[in-house]
Design a protein around this ligand. Structure first.
Ligand SMILES: [Zn+2]
Length: 326
């Protein structure tokens, strides 16, 4: 007689272009994910149907014990409602948890995607082994997530961890939300590309001057900086410094054991991290800074899916009927 196989736990990463769903094989490991295009321009029902289809394809004949899903936007994980998802059409105050539970006939947990990427780094990445960790993700925008006292911290409304909208310079450039002078207005891919265009238009010399406008993004600036272009280096230096000052303030506020910095911009390596580390002690107090490691994220673009899987295991392991292996 063999024991019944445990019911699968499933993590889902909902992006603007792809839905990825994968069955947990351990606390933070998963089977080969199912990938479907996100019908982002279609009404919400079409996206929810695509999510449910991806989950069913991932689990095959087995009914899932629980599904956790990371969503790109502010949401309330307790009420199960997504307030907004800027890259998806019509997602406004959408009761995603209930709508997915109806489709999947199992419990569903929704969480912000940056929160889950941070949770993944805490369980299995650069924040592993810490009790208190701040995750900062720097790509198109600047987001974040908090693990405090060994728990994902979402705050009273569920939206905690929006670290990118901290004031850096009161009269600085606006972020994607239109705030003037917040961190995201200086230290994001969008901000770096915009600043490069402004400086080139003002006649600054740079190897970027020959690039067509649609090719001038943060990655192109990073490539130019790696080749020694002074203007490109200065843009990453300013972004790194802004991040370092902001993170120094976060260290003062929470005294975390680890600050993990992820997102596409960390591919620039020391161009970003050297000025970031230099700025930390300008604002962080010596004692909490000496006890805190500020490090690059380890999981790359897989963090969102790993985090959703890890969150499904954390939330629904007891319903799976057997401990997840690993
Ligand atoms: Zn802002």
């Amino acid at each position: 007689v063999t024991a019944a196989a445990p019911a699968p736990l499933v993590g889902v990463d909902l992006g603007g272009t792809l839905v990825r769903a994968a069955v947990a094989t351990g606390e933070a490991s998963h089977a080969e994910p199912v990938r479907h295009p996100t019908p982002h321009a279609a009404p919400p029902d079409a996206v929810l149907d695509a999510i449910a289809a991806a989950v069913r394809e991932a689990t095959g004949a087995a009914a899932p014990a629980g599904v956790a899903i990371g969503i790109p936007g502010p949401l309330d994980p307790v009420a199960g409602v997504v307030h907004a998802a800027p890259n998806l059409h019509g997602w406004s105050e959408l009761p995603v948890q209930r709508l997915l539970e109806q489709r999947l006939d199992c419990p569903v947990a929704i969480e912000n995607d940056a929160h889950l990427a941070g949770f993944a780094e805490w369980v299995a990445g650069a924040g592993r082994g810490s009790r208190d960790m701040i995750f900062v993700t720097v790509s198109t925008g600047v987001g974040g997530g908090l693990v405090l006292d060994g728990e994902l911290f979402s705050g009273f409304a569920g939206t905690a961890g929006e670290l990118g909208h901290t004031i850096y310079q009161p009269d600085g450039p606006p972020c994607g939300q239109g705030h003037r002078g917040c961190l995201e207005g200086t230290a994001s891919g969008t901000a770096i590309a915009r600043r490069a265009r402004e400086l080139l238009a003002a006649g600054e010399a740079s190897s970027l001057a020959g690039l067509p406008a649609d090719k001038l993004d943060a990655r192109a600036v990073a490539d130019a900086a790696a080749d020694g272009d002074a203007l490109a280096i200065s843009l990453y230096a300013e972004a790194g410094r802004a991040l370092g000052l902001a993170i120094g303030g976060f260290v003062n506020m929470l005294s975390p054991e680890a600050v993990v910095v992820g997102g596409g911009l960390i591919n620039a390596g020391e161009l970003l991290f050297a000025p970031l580390r230099r700025a930390l002690p300008e604002i962080a107090f010596a004692a909490p800074l000496a006890r805190c490691r500020v490090v690059a994220a380890a999981l790359g673009t897989d963090a969102g899916l790993v985090g959703a899987v890890a969150w499904a295991v954390r939330r629904f392991r007891a319903r799976a009927g057997a401990p997840a292996p690993g």
